[in-house]
Design a binder for this molecule. Structure first.
Ligand SMILES: [Zn+2]
Length: 336
């Protein structure tokens, strides 16, 4: 009798357990936030963490924070503003674009995210695995005067760096860009983003953008909506345009033969902002396309790989070897 009653009790409990578990699973899929209000959303990405190579951009998502007034991340001392993102068929949430600088050391780092809801703040933590990228090594031979600058040229270069730094300090706190990223020029990708450069036998700073070989005078388009923060004619970059897309995201277009926009102009994705040239330190016509994301120098093409594209065909991930004539060595001692 006792055994039977106990067995029945065990059976009842296990039935009850199953029912409760099933109910929780069902409820949690309907009300993921309400049911577990004190549980932070699980990090998304491979094995509960994000991973990316040096120079890559990661889209980090914080789900179900409908009431947040501000969502902000910190990664390797860089601030990552998150923005609201709606996508059909997906839970609402916030997205942060995390740029891994081309020289961030490989390893695992924390992305600490603060979710503010009025007076309250909640902390979330994500693991970001930074993997090593295999950058190429370029040996370049240039006229001595283009590499070893005299005093006057060094002074000019320093002043120009300062000018750019000041112009970019004024970054837009609004997200100006939209989902459509555009490749700025139809040309040959050289795949030399991040390449280690040996100039006339001496190691120099790595190449902080991607060079695209294209004919002189070819149209150069803005990769996305933004505001022209500064146009320049500098010793290394030549004629260049810096576009502020908001939330710490900048794109740069160098060595232009012609600039078609002015400081402060609003531009839209695909708008022609200049023409391909070989101004500044360049050995032939090409576009140097650079992107800076909250201070990280990232591969501009990784923008096109983000899940934001809308009608834009992502380029092949294979890189094309540098053409003999095109990729101009420039911006070398510049650590932007
Ligand atoms: Zn370049």
């Amino acid at each position: 009798m006792m055994m039977t009653a106990l067995k029945q009790a065990q059976l009842r409990i296990s039935w009850l357990d199953r029912t409760v578990i099933t109910a929780i699973v069902l409820l949690s899929s309907v009300f993921p936030v309400e049911l577990f209000s004190n549980t932070p959303p699980a990090p998304k990405g491979l094995d509960g963490q994000y991973s990316g190579k040096q120079g890559q951009v990661l889209a980090v998502k914080v789900q179900g924070e409908e009431q947040a007034t501000e969502v902000k991340g910190t990664f390797l001392s860089r601030t990552i503003p998150f923005f609201r993102e709606f996508r059909p068929g997906e839970p609402a949430g916030y997205i942060g674009l995390l740029g891994i600088d081309m020289q961030d050391d490989p390893g695992t780092y924390e992305l600490a995210v603060e979710v503010k809801q009025g007076e309250q703040a909640k902390q979330l933590s994500f693991n970001i695995l930074v993997a090593k990228e295999k950058f190429t090594v370029e040996h370049l031979k240039l006229p001595k005067e283009k590499v070893d600058l005299d005093e006057k040229a060094v002074a000019r270069w320093k002043a120009e760096q300062e000018e750019v730094k000041q112009a970019l300090e004024e970054n837009s706190r609004l997200k100006l860009w939209h989902s459509n990223f555009v490749e700025p020029v139809n040309g040959k990708r050289t795949g030399i983003f991040g390449s280690v450069r040996i100039m006339n036998g001496k190691p120099r700073n790595p190449h902080n953008g991607e060079d695209i070989g294209a004919p002189l005078g070819a149209d150069v388009a803005a990769t996305n909506d933004g505001i022209v923060r500064i146009t320049v004619d500098h010793i290394f970059s030549g004629k260049g345009v810096f576009v502020d897309h908001g939330l710490g995201f900048y794109s740069m277009y160098f060595h232009l033969s012609e600039i078609l926009v002015k400081d402060g102009d609003l531009v839209t994705a695909g708008q022609i902002i200049g023409k391909v040239g070989a101004t500044g330190r360049a050995t032939g016509p090409h576009l140097h396309w650079g992107v800076k994301l909250n201070g990280a120098r990232v591969n501009p093409y990784s923008l096109l790989d983000l899940p934001f594209k809308n009608g834009v065909t992502p380029p092949t991930t294979a890189t094309i070897p540098a053409p003999e004539t095109a990729p101009g060595p420039q911006a070398v001692p510049i650590k932007e």
